[in-house]
Design a protein around this ligand. Structure first.
Ligand SMILES: NC(=O)C1=CN([C@@H]2O[C@H](COP(=O)(O)OP(=O)(O)OC[C@H]3O[C@@H](n4cnc5c(N)ncnc54)[C@H](OP(=O)(O)O)[C@@H]3O)[C@@H](O)[C@H]2O)C=CC1
Ligand SMILES: N[C@@H](CC=O)C(=O)O
Length: 415
């Protein structure tokens, strides 16, 4: 810690995460931190704190040199980018919870820290309360990793638990996730898999030394999940989880993908329910380890932000060790093949996807469900088309890296 004095924090955002941090600091009175100024957006909003604690002008808070460190927890990624980059240009110490900002701008954020001497930490941005970035960055710094995968979005996991365990309608479960503060301001990010994609990009930088642009990662979500898909999962003795995964192929290429997946009883991710996240880190020597914890919510995320606040005040910064160690940037394994289930009403989609070993699961008046093999390249090329068609796509096992667990499905071979 800097000294015995109380460190002053400038906080941007006083929603779920900002209030979570504020509340923890209010309870843990022995901690040497004080939130000095809170910057928010809406002057008309009723606040639980006196008006003088708030500012509506980010410039004013950024310019305040009395503040020892800044915490950015606002809902707008574009505004957050402006705040965080301006702070780093001043060489400030900054903690952010914003995964979209980090995923889209990591190379620039690294550059700014290098150039101006500031520091940026973002543990809360991936898997909420699970200390996964520091674990991958520090504990696994010297062990080659084979795979990192898991459930990285609390809202969609909450929704799926409500659907599978309580038979709640999708829309009701989504509303609950929003009411509980788990969901993004635009919940499409959660349910369409985009938020998981942002988190996967960040994890990939720390685990494999590859700064992926989000556009390089195909992502699919649960927003078009229908009754027939639920039935397919149930008939196969499985539930569905939204899985984000990155693994290294034997050729040293990487396969990053966000895809709903069938999850059976033997799968470690099966026990990750509600707003919890679960991340499996597969070390080359240590084997698989599951990290499970709350992926969303004010206190779990506030606690992750607090941990960064403490670390940053102790002089910690990410070493990006895998980035430093890597010989060459791992390429994307575009020819990687994965077996998926697809339900669509658009016959052209199957043709565009270049499905092979295709089998029909069900043919109905309004749509067909098929199972087949597809390449990563095809998923990347067709992902917008799949979304626009309202199709639902599902991996047959969360073990994307190896087809050995793929079961035999009730299917009719196409002639
Ligand atoms: N909710 C969660 O469980 C988690 C969220 N995150 C991330 O943390 C961040 C904050 O999320 P969350 O707390 O849920 O969001 P909320 O919607 O609950 O709160 C957002 C806060 O940001 C403020 N704000 C928005 N735009 C501006 C702006 N231009 N200038 C100043 N303040 C602004 C809002 O102000 P006002 O009060 O005036 O409306 C509000 O206080 C997001 O990046 C999110 O992705 C990360 C992990 C978990
Ligand atoms: N909306 C996100 C919040 C945490 O990152 C989620 O549901 O996981």
């Amino acid at each position: 810690m800097d000294s015995n004095r109380i460190l002053k924090i400038g906080l941007f955002g006083f929603g779920c995460v900002g209030q979570g941090l504020y509340d923890i600091l209010a309870r843990e009175k022995n901690l040497p931190f004080q939130i000095e100024k809170i910057c928010v957006k809406d002057p008309a909003k009723v606040r639980p704190l006196p008006a003088e604690e708030f500012s509506f002008n980010p410039e004013e808070v950024l310019a305040d040199d009395q503040l020892d460190l800044l915490v950015e927890a606002i809902s707008d990624a574009t505004e957050a980018y402006g705040i965080v980059t301006a702070a780093l240009r001043k060489g400030r110490r900054v903690v952010t919870a914003n995964k979209k900002l980090v995923a889209y701008h990591l190379p620039e954020l690294l550059e700014l820290q290098e150039q101006f001497g500031g520091v940026l930490l973002y543990e809360a941005a991936v898997a909420g309360g699970i200390p996964i970035i520091r674990t991958v960055e520090e504990y696994f710094s010297n062990e080659p990793l084979e795979r990192v995968h898991g459930i990285l979005n609390g809202s969609s996991n909450y929704i799926l638990s409500q659907i599978f365990q309580k038979q709640k309608p999708y829309a009701d479960a989504l509303k609950e996730a929003q009411d509980k503060g788990f969901a993004e301001l635009d919940p499409w990010l959660d349910v369409a898999g985009a938020d998981s994609r942002h988190k996967l990009c960040i994890l990939t930088a720390h685990a494999f030394g590859r700064t992926l642009a989000p556009q390089e990662v195909a992502f699919f979500g649960i927003d078009s999940l229908g009754n027939r898909d639920l039935e397919f999962a149930r008939q196969n003795g499985s539930t569905i989880k939204l899985v984000a995964s990155v693994h290294l192929t034997p050729e040293g290429e990487i396969v990053p993908l966000v895809l709903p997946s069938l999850v059976g009883d033997a799968d470690d991710l099966k026990m990750v329910e509600q707003e919890f996240n679960g991340v499996v880190v597969q070390g080359g020597y240590s084997g698989p380890q599951l990290f499970k914890g709350k992926g969303a919510g004010g206190h779990p995320t506030g606690a992750a932000v607090l941990s960064d606040v403490i670390s940053i005040s102790n002089g910690y910064r990410y070493g990006y060790k895998k980035l430093q160690q890597r010989q060459a940037e791992p390429a994307l394994a575009l020819d990687f093949q994965i077996e998926v289930y697809l339900r669509t009403s658009d016959p052209n989609l199957l043709e565009s996807l270049d499905f092979y070993r295709q089998r029909i699961i069900e043919s109905a008046a309004d749509s067909d469900s098929v199972v087949g093999m597809v390449t990563l390249e095809s998923l990347l090329r067709n992902q917008d088309k799949i979304r626009e068609a309202g199709a639902f796509i599902l991996a047959l096992s969360s073990d994307f890296a190896s087809p050995k667990n793929v079961k035999k499905y009730e299917a009719v071979e196409l002639s």
